[in-house]
Design a protein around this ligand. Structure first.
Ligand code: UD1
Length: 363
């Protein structure tokens, strides 16, 4: 089951492999529905078309989770799957987990065990609930396995690697060839930063959003910032009058980009500034330094190896980090070994196939 941007990327690594081992019925919850947040990922990454679209749309957490659950419950009753597979940490993940658990359908969770230990993040709540209900926890990292062990959930854990890394490793070189994003935006390799921001905690409150823009403006003193703006963030920028004046501060606002374009931009950038989990890793995998506009990260390996710096919304710390991080091209990150070497999708499919052959007793 998938529903929003990062999940389309994750499914690109899993669906094809899974279909070699089992029958997959793909459900799109409709949490993300704009072409640039949804369709373009299916087209570019070859994700199979969904068998069912729940059209849940946007709303408050309760509205969205409730709408997905209401549409999914009868579908699960009809299809009676042997297992329900959810990805990541979004409201789609939470809704899928709750429906599966109550229908007594075994739940498998890709990207299980990730923790920020910050329960102010809606994603953290979604992770904790999904992991508590999973019978098969497909973990991207050893740290994730240890997190589950410390919560008494170690028996469900299987280390598979990061499925997003599979996609980055395959599509990185393809993006290099196919995307003309640099030419379209008139950019020189290593002559700009790429920025994204969409976390509720960073963008919903205008004063906090203004601080985030100060971080970007600080970076823009060194090189232009290409700010690929998520619809949530655009709505907040427009609503608070903060959109005007960004160009004058060296921040160039562009619409959300497809996978190949953002990948190309990241790989050719001087550094990435983001609050996205996916981009932190994609930068790391491309040996491009990252400055993360959060106080903590689930992808601690990127920080431990010196490729990612957590600066929160401190503009001074961000500028200092940009000066200290390794220069792109200077050395190569230990990316592939840390995140599964491009084999995570195949391992997910194998773990699910094994599970279907001999399901363990329910926890
Ligand atoms: C969601 C996930 C987050 C994930 C992110 C990836 C939750 C709680 N959060 O955040 O974990 O990293 O997706 O992008 O599930 N909107 C559109 N068009 C769309 C989709 C959304 O305009 O296609 C607008 C909605 O009106 C809404 C806002 O964007 O106001 C936020 O969408 P939402 O799905 O709530 O959360 P994201 O910020 O995308």
């Amino acid at each position: 089951m998938i529903g929003n941007r990062p999940q389309f990327v994750k499914a690109a690594a899993v669906s094809t492999k899974l279909r070699e081992r089992a029958t997959e019925v793909l459900v799109h919850t409709g949490q993300h529905y704009d072409r640039e947040l949804s369709e373009v990922f299916f087209e570019e990454l070859g994700v199979p078309p969904p068998d069912h679209e729940l059209m849940a749309g946007s709303g408050s957490h309760a509205e969205m989770t409730g709408a997905i659950m209401t549409a999914l419950e009868p579908l699960v009753a009809e299809v009676r799957p042997d297992a329900l597979l959810v990805y990541g940490d979004t409201n789609s993940t939470l809704a899928g987990a709750l429906v599966a658990a109550k229908a007594e359908v075994p739940l498998a969770h890709v990207e299980a065990g990730m923790r920020s230990f910050n329960r102010a993040m809606p994603e953290e709540i979604n992770r904790v609930v999904a992991d508590a209900l999973s019978v098969l926890s497909l973990c991207p990292t050893e740290v994730a396995v240890r997190n589950l062990e410390s919560e008494g959930l170690g028996e469900t854990a299987v280390l598979v690697g990061d499925v997003m890394a599979d996609v980055a490793l395959i599509f990185g070189p393809i993006a290099e060839q196919r995307s003309d994003a640099l030419e379209r935006l008139g950019l020189e390799p290593r002559g700009y930063f790429v920025a994204t921001a969409h976390r509720a905690g960073n963008v919903d409150d205008p004063a906090t959003l203004a601080r985030l823009l100060d971080v970007l403006a600080g970076a823009a003193e060194r090189a232009p910032v290409i700010f690929a703006v998520h619809p949530r963030t655009r709505a907040r920028l427009e609503g608070s009058g903060l959109l005007e004046g960004l160009e004058g501060r060296g921040i160039r606002v562009v619409d959300p980009l497809g996978y190949l374009d953002i990948t190309k931009l990241v790989r050719s950038s001087r550094a990435v500034l983001t609050d996205s989990g996916g981009l932190q890793k994609e930068a790391f995998l491309a040996s491009v330094p990252c400055v993360t506009m959060r106080e903590e990260t689930e992808w601690v390996e990127t920080v431990d190896t010196g490729w990612n710096s957590l600066v929160g919304l401190d503009a001074g710390a961000a500028r200092a980090a940009l000066d200290e991080l390794p220069a792109p091209g200077e050395r190569t990150s230990p990316a592939a070994e840390l995140y599964g070497g491009g084999e995570a999708g195949a391992r997910v499919a194998a773990a699910i196939a094994d599970f279907l052959d001999s399901p363990p007793s329910r926890p």
